[in-house]
Design a protein. Structure first.
Length: 163
């Protein structure tokens, strides 16, 4: 099912309406941060607000906190938060988060995921209905559509935060 903004909670609608796709001026080789960012989007989209650990909270910190509360899994489910592990090769030193819209079990340990995520490294993009293949035995993700399609192969997965 495609992403439908009517499915957003009131908090997520408020967040969606407050998103500004403004880029900061390029002063070095890197773009400055802007909204939307992946963590606030995932928290608003999912309604999962536990383990808010302050301004420096990252995806892996959030996952570690939720793991201590038994709110994680290695098996995806719709409505969960996908946590990608740290990956210096792809410039994700603290990991990355995405909201899992749909899960389709495939043969063996593989799952087809449909997810939504935001990212400031793509000039403040919001991507919806991204398809990926998750292998629960190797804990890797191959992104099949969207901006990360070309290089998003074999990405390490820390796990999933559950509702």
């Amino acid at each position: 099912m495609p992403f439908d903004t009517r499915m957003l909670s009131p908090a997520a609608v408020s967040f969606k309406e407050s998103i500004h796709f403004k880029e900061k001026k390029k002063t070095t080789k890197q773009w400055g941060r802007c909204e939307p960012q992946s963590l606030p989007f995932a928290r608003c989209r999912s309604g999962i607000s536990s383990c808010g650990l302050g301004w420096n909270n990252g995806p892996l910190t959030w996952f570690a906190c939720e793991k201590q509360h038994n709110n994680t899994s290695l098996i995806p489910s719709a409505g969960s938060i996908l946590i990608l592990g740290a990956n210096k090769r792809n410039h994700m030193p603290t990991g990355h988060v995405a909201y899992v819209e749909k899960v389709i079990a495939e043969k063996g340990p593989k799952y087809r995921l449909i997810f939504s995520h935001t990212n400031y490294d793509r000039r403040c993009s919001l991507e919806t209905n991204i398809e990926a293949e998750y292998n629960s035995s190797t804990r890797t993700l191959d992104i099949l559509t969207g901006a990360w399609k070309g290089w998003g192969k074999g990405l390490p997965v820390a796990g999933f935060i559950l509702r």
